[in-house]
Design a protein around this ligand. Structure first.
Ligand SMILES: Nc1nc2c(ncn2[C@@H]2O[C@H](COP(=O)(O)OP(=O)(O)OP(=O)(O)O)[C@@H](O)[C@H]2O)c(=O)[nH]1
Ligand SMILES: [Mg+2]
Length: 453
């Protein structure tokens, strides 16, 4: 996308310090090898950088002002209250001294097995009347969910949208769509295709036809767990993406193929190249923030800005934090400016006090929808909102007890359907590729339905 000079300037001004430094470096000296050794934050001393939250606080002062127009005229946010509170010298000192290092344990399958923590007090209770009534509306909606699916199933997700906080009913047509999405993901094994350390085209397989969707978010937010859930490889079946309690586990962009083999006319396949084997590409990415590296940020942003077939992004935000991090907002802006459809998912709703999750996640989702709307306005209103791709916020809770399957679009089925739509598929009884209005070179390829539907 071509960014006007003023917008580009505005973007630079709103970048967190590590990005500013990278831009300055890359403007004068495009040495990527050197950048690879830079930590994600180059402005914070190493010992401080190693501690959770330290980078964010250091960045907050400079980024906060640039971000404030996004909130102009809105009710104060919970997160902003706690961020301000965090800035007190005692709070900072306590955090820097006292935060224990997470227990190191890698596994590919055991989700939600984190050490038990004492229940956390929410950082701030909803203050405004609007927040209180939104929370009450959510709780009423939860009460309407049939008892057998009220507690979130493992990796089942709840959809939250501005008009209808929780989707509890679904039409016949939606049931068909969900079933089609389920077949798309479940009938065809997901496969790791390759891993890339940067956005360089040399590191990525050429792709002219297959839509790609990136899974993004801070380190440890649950990106790899989410990808495993999406492709049906959760507990017992062994995940395709490595999951760990230790932040910074995923260090490369891991590219997976899912869905059926597309029927692409031989004339469209480059001579000597193998025809694509999957209808959708999912990219698990390294996280930003704690234990991350500058080179990962370069790789991910370069990929977002430059990858030809990138059709959508899933941004994961931890509901545990109760607010957006400056890095989250920066990434949202990058996605908006690159005009990449974005689906937002709040993870870890089961953390903290369970009974509070509807209020906590509902307030965060409302805040988020406002931020998305404002961001959309600030990039000229063309952030592909017409598709509704940014109209819903999904909420995940891997650690909650499971009692049943949500067959109404509020479960993983709903998020699968949303991702397929973002990727450009229509979902009726079967999954088909729809024509794209976006500019992309090469002919429009229509993918046939899944065999056996
Ligand atoms: N309680 C709870 N734990 C979760 C949830 N989702 C993921 N986890 C746990 O969070 C930890 C981190 O998950 P990952 O999927 O590795 O997170 P990631 O974002 O890929 O992390 P990096 O690759 O390090 O950036 C693991 O211990 C997961 O089991 C959730 O919804 N609830
Ligand atoms: Mg990961």
């Amino acid at each position: 996308m071509v960014v006007p000079t003023t917008a580009a300037h505005g973007l630079i001004m709103s970048l967190p310090p590590w990005q500013l430094s990278l831009r300055r470096l890359s403007a004068t000296k495009p040495v990527f090898l050197r950048l690879q050794t830079l930590p994600f934050s180059v402005s914070v001393p190493r010992d401080v950088r190693q501690r959770p939250g330290a980078v964010r606080r250091a960045q907050h002062a400079s980024v906060g002002e640039a971000l404030s127009p996004l909130y102009a005229g809105e009710a104060p946010l919970e997160g902003r209250v706690s961020a301000e509170a965090d800035k007190s010298p005692t709070a900072v000192a306590t955090k820097l001294r006292g935060k224990p290092r997470p227990k190191q344990r890698d596994d590919g399958s055991s989700h939600g097995a984190q050490p038990r923590k004492a229940p956390q007090q929410p950082t701030a209770s909803p203050t405004s009347e609007a927040q209180a009534s939104a929370a009450a509306a959510l709780e009423r909606a939860v009460a309407q969910i049939p008892a057998d699916s009220r507690s979130l199933a493992t990796y089942k997700l709840i959809r939250h949208s501005a008009s209808e906080p929780l989707t509890v009913k679904s039409s016949r047509a939606e049931v068909h769509q969900l079933a089609a999405a389920e077949r798309f993901f479940d009938r065809h094994p997901c496969q790791l295709l390759y891993s890339a350390a940067s956005a360089s085209p040399r590191q990525h397989a050429p792709n002219a036809h297959i839509p790609e969707v990136a899974i993004l978010g801070a380190s440890n937010v649950g990106k790899s767990s989410f990808l495993n859930a999406l492709v049906g490889r959760t507990r017992g079946r062994g995940g395709v993406a490595h999951v760990s309690q230790r932040p910074g586990r995923t260090t490369l962009m891991n590219v997976f193929g899912v869905g059926p083999r597309p029927k692409i006319p031989a004339s469209l396949v480059k001579k000597g190249a193998a025809p694509p084997r999957h209808s959708l590409i999912l990219v698990d990415t390294p996280g930003y923030g704690y234990r991350s590296q500058a080179s990962w940020g370069e790789a991910v942003t370069g990929y977002i800005r430059g990858r030809h077939m990138l059709r959508g992004a899933v941004l994961l935000l931890s509901s545990e934090k109760g607010r957006l991090l400056p890095e989250d907002e920066w990434l949202l802006r990058t996605l908006a400016e690159a005009n990449t459809r974005t689906l937002v998912v709040l993870t870890k709703a089961d953390k903290g006090r369970h009974e509070n999750w509807p209020a906590r996640c509902g307030a965060m989702a409302d805040t988020l929808l406002r931020v998305l709307r404002n961001m959309n306005k600030s990039v000229g209103g063309g952030w592909r909102t017409a598709t509704g791709a940014t109209g819903d916020v999904f909420i995940t809770a891997a650690g909650m007890d499971t009692t049943g399957k949500l067959g109404n679009g509020a479960g993983m089925g709903g998020v699968r359907a949303a991702i397929l739509e973002m990727a450009g598929y229509t979902l009726q009884d079967k999954v088909a590729k729809k024509d794209e209005a976006v500019t992309y070179t090469g002919p429009i390829v229509s993918f046939d339905d899944i065999p056996g539907q």
